[in-house]
Design a protein around this ligand. Structure first.
Ligand SMILES: Nc1ncnc2c1ncn2[C@@H]1O[C@H](COP(=O)(O)OP(=O)(O)O)[C@@H](O)[C@H]1O
Ligand SMILES: [Mg+2]
Length: 387
C-alpha cells in the first residue's frame, strides 16, 4: 500500500460517493469536481483507461477489450479495487492543484449501511492517503446542503432520490429519528423504461437513451405538458436499427410503479410518526425536502404534495445538495462534529463523538438487521457510546 498523499497540513476534502455521480468539495474552494462514478479498464490486464466522465464516452460502446464498471452500487462500495482506482484517478486529475495531500477526508454514506460496508469506506479513504476520516450520513448532509440546521428542535423530512437508493429520513436535534434506505430510485426508473420499450416495442435502447427519455420527456403529473421524443435503438426482431416516437404520457404510465413505491415509502415513514405527533406537525409546517437527481423529475414535487398533503421544497441544486452539505460541515467542523463518525488513519481509533440525545443517532450505519430500516426507538449503539 502506498500512502503517497499523506503530508502534514494537507487539504480538507469532501466526497459524495454516489452510485451515479461523484462530487468533490474542497475546503475554501467549493465544489471542484462532479463526474460520473464510472471506470473504464482493459479487460485482460485491468489497466485503467479512463475514469469519470472520460469513461462515460466508452460506456456502452461495445468493445471486447474494454470493460466499464460502476464500482459504487446503492451508495456503497461494491468493487473495492475499482473504487480505489476511480477515486485515485479523479484525484490525479485535480492533484496538481493541491500538491499537499489530504489532511481530512469527509465522505457521505447511505442510511442502513452495514459495519462491513462502512469499514470498506474507511479503508478506501485510508488507502488513498487521508489522515483523518469522517463519515456523514447522506440525509444529514443533504439536509445541511438544503440549508437546514440539523440541530434545531424541529423535525425535518429529507428524501434524497439518487440513482441506487432513495434515502428517507426524519431529522431533529442533530440526529436521525427514523428513516429508511429504499432500493428504488433513478436506476429502477431507467430499468423499467428500458424494459417496457424492449418488451412492448421490441426496441433495445441504451442506458444513455433511457436517461435522455427520463430527463427530457419524463414527468409524473397528469397535467404536465405532453412532450414527444424520437428515440433510436435496435429492433430485437429484425436486428436492425429503428426509430420510435414516444411521449410523456407513455413514460408516465411506465414509471408510475417505482414512483408509487417511493411515494408509499414516504407516506409510511410519516404515518409511523404516530408515536411522535410533534414531529409530524413540524413536517406539516416545514414541508418535505427533496434532494438528489431524482428531485429533478418533472412534476414529482407536485405529485408528492398531492399524495401527502405536505409542502415540498427542492434546493436550487438538488444534485449537489449532499456535496454542498459536506462542504458546510467541513468548513465548520467544530459546529458539526457531532453528526460525524470519525477515525484517524493508522491508529484506527474510534473517536467518541456522541453528543446526541439518547434516542437519536447520527444515522451512521448501526447494524439493524432489518433490511436497512431503522426501528422506531433508536439508541446510540456500538463504539460511540464507550470512552
Ligand atoms: N432531470 C432529471 N430528471 C430525472 N432524473 C434525473 C434528472 N437528472 C438526474 N436524474 C437522475 O438522478 C440520479 C442521479 O442522482 P444523484 O443524486 O447524482 O445519484 P447518486 O448520488 O446515487 O449518484 C440518476 O438516476 C439520474 O437519472
Ligand atoms: Mg446523490
Amino acid at each position: 500500500m502506498k500512502y503517497d498523499l499523506i503530508v502534514e497540513g494537507g487539504i480538507d476534502l469532501g466526497i459524495d460517493l454516489g452510485t451515479r455521480n461523484i462530487v468533490m468539495y474542497r475546503k475554501g474552494r467549493g465544489i471542484i469536481l462532479n463526474e460520473a462514478s464510472l471506470i473504464a479498464s482493459r479487460r485482460n490486464t485491468g489497466k485503467v483507461l479512463a475514469v469519470g466522465n472520460a469513461a462515460s464516452v466508452m460506456h456502452e460502446k461495445v468493445h471486447p477489450g474494454i470493460l466499464t464498471t460502476r464500482p459504487i452500487q446503492n451508495g456503497v462500495i461494491a468493487d473495492y479495487e475499482a473504487t480505489i482506482k476511480l477515486i485515485k484517478g479523479l484525484f490525479n486529475r485535480i492533484k496538481p492543484r493541491f500538491s499537499l495531500g489530504i489532511r481530512r477526508l469527509f465522505i457521505s454514506i447511505p442510511l442502513g449501511i452495514t459495519e462491513v460496508e462502512k469499514r470498506a469506506v474507511y479503508d478506501a479513504a485510508a488507502h488513498i492517503g487521508a489522515r483523518d476520516i469522517y463519515l456523514v450520513s447522506k440525509p444529514i448532509a443533504a439536509a445541511i446542503g438544503a440549508g437546514l440546521n440539523p440541530f434545531e428542535p424541529t423535525g425535518n423530512m429529507i428524501v434524497d432520490i439518487g440513482a441506487g437508493t432513495t434515502e428517507i429520513a426524519i431529522i431533529s436535534l442533530g440526529g436521525i429519528v427514523s428513516g429508511e434506505s429504499l432500493g428504488i430510485a433513478g436506476n429502477e426508473i431507467n430499468d423499467i423504461i428500458a424494459r417496457h420499450i424492449r418488451d412492448e416495442k421490441n426496441l433495445a435502447i441504451s442506458e444513455h437513451a433511457t436517461e435522455n427519455i427520463k430527463k427530457n420527456i419524463g414527468s409524473v403529473f397528469t397535467t404536465d405538458r405532453n412532450e414527444r421524443l424520437t428515440i433510436s435503438g435496435l429492433n430485437i426482431e429484425s436486428g436492425l436499427p429503428e426509430n420510435l416516437d414516444i411521449d410523456s404520457e407513455m413514460i408516465r404510465r411506465i414509471i408510475a410503479l417505482p414512483l408509487g413505491q417511493i411515494i408509499a415509502a414516504i407516506k409510511k415513514n410519516i404515518e409511523e410518526l404516530v408515536v411522535k405527533p410533534d414531529l409530524a406537525v413540524d413536517i406539516l409546517q416545514n414541508g418535505i425536502y427533496l434532494t438528489g437527481g431524482g428531485a429533478l423529475l418533472k412534476g414529482l414535487d407536485k405529485k408528492i404534495h398531492t399524495e401527502t398533503n405536505l409542502g415540498v421544497n427542492i434546493p436550487d441544486e438538488p444534485l449537489t445538495a449532499v456535496a454542498n452539505g459536506i462542504g458546510i460541515i467541513l468548513e465548520d467542523l467544530a459546529k458539526y462534529r457531532s453528526v460525524l463518525d470519525s477515525r484517524k488513519h493508522k491508529r484506527h481509533r474510534i473517536v467518541n463523538n456522541s453528543e446526541n440525545s439518547e434516542t437519536l443517532l447520527n444515522g451512521l450505519g448501526q447494524e439493524n438487521g432489518n433490511g436497512g430500516k431503522y426501528p422506531r426507538e433508536l439508541e446510540l449503539s456500538d463504539s460511540r457510546q464507550t470512552g
